[in-house]
Write a protein that binds this ligand. Structure first.
Ligand code: FES
Length: 90
């Protein structure tokens, strides 16, 4: 099995391991880890869940989302990490 991706959130000292295949998308994963997240549509449309991606890369398995994001932002409700990442939720 592939090595889990390390998900660094804000200033948390310890990354969360994201196992590909077990996890559908980043938003639910972070919520289960107790990270306070905002969400609404959970389908990449409303933009409510957007966070800053400080390092690393993600992909959108269902294609680029419709929700508006600026450079450096991602929509965790519909993406998965393809590398270790660092995100900022505030
Ligand atoms: S919750 Fe609507 S775009 Fe993510």
């Amino acid at each position: 099995m592939a090595m889990p991706k390390k998900i660094h959130v804000n200033d948390s000292p310890k990354p969360f391991p994201f196992h590909e295949g077990e996890e559908l998308q980043l938003l639910g994963f972070l919520e289960r880890k107790g990270v306070e997240m905002h969400s609404h549509c959970r389908e990449g449309i409303c933009g409510t869940c957007r966070v800053n991606l400080l390092h690393g890369e993600v992909h959108y398995p269902n294609g680029r989302p419709l929700g508006y994001i600026r450079d450096g932002e991602i929509l965790p409700c519909c993406c998965q990490p393809t590398t270790d990442i660092k995100i900022e939720t505030y």
